[in-house]
Design a protein around this ligand. Sequence first.
Ligand SMILES: [Zn+2]
Length: 286
Amino acid sequence: MADEKFVLEIEKKVKDTIFKYRLLLKRDKIIVACSGGKDSIAVLYLLKKYGYDVSALILDLEIGKWSLRNLDNAAEFCRENDIILHRIFAKDEIGCSIEHVMSCVKAKSGVENCTVCGVIKRWIINRKARELGADKLVTGHNLDDEAQNIFMNILKGNPMLSAGLGPKSGVGAQDMFVQRVKPLYFCTDAELRKYTEIMGFKILYSKCPLSSAVFRRDIKNCLDDFEKSYPDVKRNIVRKYLEMKPALVKACRGKIKRCSVCGEAARGDVCKACEMMGIVKLKDDK
Ligand SMILES: [Zn+2]
């Protein structure tokens, strides 16, 4: 009974977030960026349950058994729940393995694997979602992810980077982006773990073996520690950020350009992904 109540609470919270922030419409063609992890499976399940026109986009990074098992779980879930699945391969999109990009970028500029992977994944998925004619691109980001991002941007000394966060991300240049939305925005990591366990979804809960996000891990541990003494600290960070977001967006307006290499949105002349792929090319040319 307690489980039943918990499940209903989570499902209501996601539904309320969708309505309050006008994230999705029933006529939208929705693509869910699906890794096979607990968050993307939960959001895929809930949107299908609520009757949205939803399909899944899986980007196969081909990084060994861990990613294969995740993708198999996602494929099985889509089959069982009658969800169309688009599977694409990172190698086909960038001409080399994601691990090669990670090692080149790390050697040249010390950027962590997870940052490189995040930038390249977002770049490919954004382009693919547009090619597939999506109106909305759904990601499984949760409250913990968002609080970490906001806090990380402050500690990096660049709070303006947070302008693009929020349940509906982006700061303009919308013709270049498929609108990205986060229905799990107010669900915590722990809640989603519990929810997916109760629902009995087949999920791998272990971390990516290539994960090396030291900074993010430190921020995560720090926020988890804080929360033990100051309950709701993550929720407060996110709540305050949402109050400030309009001012941040206003300050960023007009600063988003088109990347001179790939035509995607960029803060400078070249987008982060092209900057990284440039490092790979430079290395190959030597
Ligand atoms: Zn670019």
